[in-house]
Design a protein around this ligand. Structure first.
Ligand code: ADP
Length: 265
């Protein structure tokens, strides 16, 4: 897209030349479109739970309150929907802090394996309840990484909970930790529903989801992977995803081991 500006060049009231300025606004336009789309997405994502809450509250007010069992059910829905809104707003705040470089990184030497085990322990009950099998494969000693522990934990949590959410009952989740060439590589592999190839290039975009309804049913916000990507890249690392529909998904994190980096951008 080109924008042009024209102005005559005058000297003593005579036109002695012409000035044309052509400006390529393709990039600008694209950014503007992305911004608009983001605002539309946020509004929509907030309005959906609000609409639900409003209609349940109205029904309660107009009499359902007297039916104890129904009232209890409605209250549970309202509770879940407010939790979803809180999660969404917290994720948005985190993204905005990352965008504005306002994150105060608490960088320390940490053992990624420890953090992973921590996350596994937190998720274990859910995984067992869904009859899924979790197989962790890690060497005894893994080189340390220079990282913000809480944020790395958040990344592991986001990716593991996706594996759990998008893998049916009885499925398997494999976690492999490897150390190679000054990086620590962590693979999260599941035997879940998978992601169509055509969706893979956009999967790290904010709010991009293969199946909105399914993501919502699972309590997703559509921001987990984009937050994970921002955090891993801020640590000088990489996040990769590969998937096949009906077979499963593998998300791989590559984080520089300590000898390779000491600082953060
Ligand atoms: P959500 O909150 O919707 O899970 P994410 O950003 O974490 O958002 O993931 C974006 C989308 O990527 C999900 O909605 C889902 O469609 C897809 N996805 C992510 N991880 C997996 C996985 N392990 N298996 C299948 N689909 C996945």
């Amino acid at each position: 897209i080109l924008k042009s500006i024209y102005a005559p060049l005058r000297r003593e009231n005579r036109i002695v030349g012409h000035i044309f300025v052509f400006q390529d606004i393709t990039k600008q336009q694209r950014l503007e479109n992305m911004r608009k789309e983001f605002v539309a997405n946020v509004s929509h994502e907030l309005r959906t739970p609000l609409t639900t809450i409003k209609s349940y509250v109205e029904t309660l007010i107009s009499g359902a309150m007297d039916e104890k069992e129904i009232a209890q059910q409605f209250m549970n829905v309202i509770n879940d929907e407010t939790d979803r809104m809180t999660r969404l707003v917290n994720n948005l705040l985190e993204l905005s802090r990352l965008d504005n470089k306002q994150v105060k990184w608490d960088m320390k030497l940490i053992d990624a394996k420890d953090v992973l085990i921590n996350v596994v322990n937190k998720m274990d009950m859910n995984i067992k309840r869904k009859n899924q099998i979790l197989i962790v494969n890690t060497p005894d000693k893994v080189p340390e990484i220079f990282a913000d522990r809480d944020r790395i934990e958040q990344v592991f949590q986001n990716i593991l909970s996706n594996a759990y959410k998008y893998t049916p009952e009885g499925g398997k989740i494999y976690l492999d930790v490897e150390a190679a060439d000054n990086i620590v590589r962590i693979k999260f592999r599941d035997t879940g529903i998978g992601i169509p190839k055509e969706d893979l290039p956009r999967i790290f975009e904010r709010f991009y989801r293969v199946d909105k309804t399914r993501s919502r049913e699972m309590g997703g916000t559509g921001l987990g992977l984009s937050i994970a990507k921002e955090i891993i890249e801020a640590h000088g690392g990489k996040i990769l995803i590969d998937s096949e529909v009906g077979v499963g998904t593998t998300v791989t994190l590559e984080i520089p081991a300590v000898a390779a980096t000491q600082t953060i951008k």
